[in-house]
Design a protein around this ligand. Sequence first.
Ligand SMILES: [Zn+2]
Length: 315
Amino acid sequence: MSFYQQETFVLMTLDPVHIGTGGMRLGRVDNSIVREPGVRLPKIPGTSLSGAIRQYAAYRYESLRCAGAGQENKEKKQEGHCRDAKCPVCYTFGYLKGQEGGQSGTVNIGDARILLFPVHSLTGPVWVTSPGILREFGVTGDDPGEQVRLPQSLGRHSHLNLGWLMLEAGQAFDWPDAIQVAPAEIRERAVLISDKLFSQVVNSNLEVRTSVSIDPDTGAASEGKLFTYEAIPRATLLWMDVVEDEFRRDPQNPGNSPWPVSQAKSGKPFPNGETWTSPLSVIKAGLGLAEYLGIGGMGTRGFGRVRWLSEEASQ
Ligand SMILES: [Zn+2]
């Protein structure tokens, strides 16, 4: 039995998702989103995902103090993490322990990176992907160069526009069977472009919105305070790896997990009669709520809901 277990999660945005860089930027938008250095592709950082998933897992476990960074603040009557060895949230994500340090968690949540990105075309919406992305899933294929490769289900076209960019259609492309988790209606409209064009197409088709600042004193729009912000658009598919690292497992007896939680032991209610049998199941429980509660900024403006597409849901 291995100490490590890795699972790949595929997510679909139900709203635009804005994970801001925190800084203002000169140029096209005021509030830009986090990108991967080098390729400049937008992503949802693992730290943001981890924070949201922890919070929602704490909601489900009905232990709100175990959400967040866990700082104690007596003036604000803020309790720190519960630090109970039997708490599934603290065991999974780790906890702070005042002066004495803390305990690290048993999962590592990677960044969520784009798998399929929606773009408008004359034949309706299509989802772009690239050979570099498919390679991450063990699928290899030729670089389509300056062409776009279309699935047969889109019919025959000599050219296809992706937003403002017109490309010549190359050989047919069919979404690899190995990656079934994408919904069929998206797989049938998946097109392949080169890695270089992919970054260009994504960055010129992000959601950019304009909003007004609200004056906190009057509750009215502040004059002259328009600002723009960008977001990963609705119906983008992203993927992330989650590694469960049960490093506390006894090497002499690896089948005997130190996972401390069972319904009987903890005495805490689990919603819907579910049982959390491992740190990964805590991740799944928290992630399930992101579909309703969202991640990232601008939640009050209808941003951030993300659906976890399980293997079952795709069949
Ligand atoms: Zn706890």
